[in-house]
Ligand binder design. Structure first.
Ligand code: HEC
Ligand code: HEC
Length: 445
């Protein structure tokens, strides 16, 4: 009996001290490996758990939506005409059908602009070299000048495939089909104006170019359109919590009420979160198509926004005659604050155009910097004999109405738009001049 017991204990307890130490190490390492394995798998386990959790939340949200929201917003969230706007809608998710294309076009246009600037710089260098050559600079310098002029001629010619004109031509060849594609896309989006998606597309198109793409960006993104600073989740949650007081006026009596209990409605906060998760799950990211857009039955109705909606007849455009414009502008008092808003594209002109002078003139890279326009006019431009006897107002009006008549170095000709005579009134011009002038008078800092 005793012997048997000793044998059992002997098998359980390791006799030698080395054996015990070894055993301890083995067990310690084993435990660490186990802990490590669990730790490594934890994020994956949590992610799977969260996915499941979100999945269930979306399912509950779908049921709540069907029971509470579908009578107005439609069973699949596409909206019901004249009753409530679509939520399953690329516009709500801020998908722009034009942005990627606009970015590609913009990038190439900027490259063309840079190459043009390089061309004018090289032209100036070449002129200077010729002038120097005529002054008998000695044989060694003459040789250097000749070599440099030859190198410039290669860069400016069309024989070398990498010459500047050839690179510009290649970029322009790439731009042509892209601009055509944008036109086709815009034509297809035109149908969306009837459905209220892009309410002023036609008016915006009449203005052309840059103003158009900026305008669409705003209207093709519901959050931008609504001026919402937060993300889509907070936009949806807030709408559900507070409702849209007064919405019945625009929607023939149907109203978006407050749905959350804390807003006096029937739904708990977790139910609101479930519905929001369900709506967010409609996002297709980059896979939205124009078909999705046209499946929308109803877009939001926009409240009249004074700066976007025309009221009364448009003012008379100033036209191309600089002398007549100067007489008209001199009779007016300019408002620098309004001038700044026009210059920055935040307010429309009296001719209803939205311009963005600042997009080129900020920072002085693409165009002369705004801050120094007035002082440079006084100190540099008017000192040029070509402008002798002119007033700063005359110079600035001429720069805006006939940008290519006088080119400020080192910028290129043909960049500044030539459409302003048709887009600005006398008052708009007076306001812009007052704004530019305010920098010299310490009004801006
Ligand atoms: C009785 C009709 C009705 C019901 C039911 C209804 N809504 Fe609305 N909802 C509207 C109307 C009308 C608007 C537009 C309000 C406006 O013009 O600002 C709206 C607007 C919204 C908006 C803002 C859309 C935008 O682009 O600004 C969201 C989000 C929304 N509803 C979600 C819901 C959800 C979720 C439910 C269900 C819990 C629901 N609504 C139930 C009528 C309804
Ligand atoms: C697409 C780019 C672009 C836009 C938009 C633009 N400009 Fe310019 N602007 C230029 C460039 C480039 C020059 C310099 C070349 C030249 O003299 O034409 C210039 C020159 C000027 C000058 C002369 C500046 C000086 O230092 O002598 C004035 C004034 C001016 N612009 C005003 C405006 C106003 C006002 C608007 C908006 C109504 C505007 N520009 C919009 C590109 C632009």
């Amino acid at each position: 009996m005793l012997k048997e017991k000793e044998g059992l204990v002997g098998r359980l307890i390791i006799e030698s001290i080395e054996g015990r130490v070894l055993m301890g190490i083995v067990m310690f390492v084993g435990v660490m490996v186990l802990v490590g394995w669990v730790a490594i798998n934890e994020p994956a386990r949590m992610a799977a758990f969260e996915r499941q959790h979100l999945g269930r939340s979306i399912e509950r949200g779908a049921e709540l939506f069907a029971a509470n929201c579908s009578t107005c917003h439609g069973a699949t969230g596409l909206g019901i005409a004249e009753r409530a706007p679509a939520l399953n809608n690329p516009q709500l998710f801020g998908h722009s059908f034009l942005n990627p294309l606009n970015a590609d076009i913009g990038r190439r246009e900027r490259q063309v602009q840079e190459l043009n600037t390089q061309m004018s710089e090289l032209n100036r260098e070449r002129d200077a070299l010729f002038a120097e050559a005529a002054t008998n600079p000695g044989p060694e310098r003459l040789r250097a000048i000749t070599e440099r002029i030859q190198a410039i001629d290669v860069l400016m010619g069309t024989d070398d495939p990498n010459s500047l004109p050839n690179r510009i031509a290649a970029l322009e060849a790439e731009l042509e089909p892209m601009i055509a594609e944008r036109e086709v896309l815009l034509d297809s989006l035109q149908a969306a104006t009837d459905k209220g998606y892009l309410p002023g597309l036609e008016a915006a198109r009449a203005q052309g170019g840059l103003a158009l793409t900026q305008y669409l960006e705003r209207d093709s993104n519901r959050l931008l359109q609504a001026g919402w600073g937060g993300d889509l989740r907070s936009f949806l949650t807030t709408t559900l919590v507070h409702g849209r007081p007064g919405s019945q006026d625009a929607w023939g009596g149907t109203q978006m009420v407050a749905w959350a209990q804390r807003g006096g409605g029937p739904l708990r906060d977790d139910q609101v979160a479930d519905i929001v998760n369900y709506i967010l799950n409609w996002d297709k990211g980059n896979a939205w198509t124009t078909e999705d857009l046209f499946a929308v039955n109803q877009f939001t109705k926009l409240k009249a926004d004074a700066s976007m909606v025309a009221s009364g007849p448009a003012a008379q455009a100033i036209g191309r005659d600089v002398d007549a414009a100067l007489v008209a502008v001199t009779a007016l008092t300019g408002d620098p604050v309004r001038g700044k808003a026009i210059y920055n594209g935040e307010a429309r002109t009296e001719v209803r155009a939205r311009l963005a002078c600042a997009s080129c003139h900020m920072g002085g890279v693409q165009a002369p910097a705004t801050e120094v326009t007035w002082t440079n006019t006084l100190n540099i431009r008017l000192a040029d004999p070509v402008n002798a006897g002119r007033s700063p107002e005359y110079y600035i009006i001429a720069s805006i109405l006939h940008p290519n008549d006088y080119i400020v170095a080192p910028y290129a000709s043909g960049i500044m738009p030539q459409t302003y005579p048709d887009q600005l009134s006398a008052q708009d011009l007076a306001d812009i001049i007052a704004y530019l002038r305010s920098y010299a008078e310490g009004g801006q800092s």
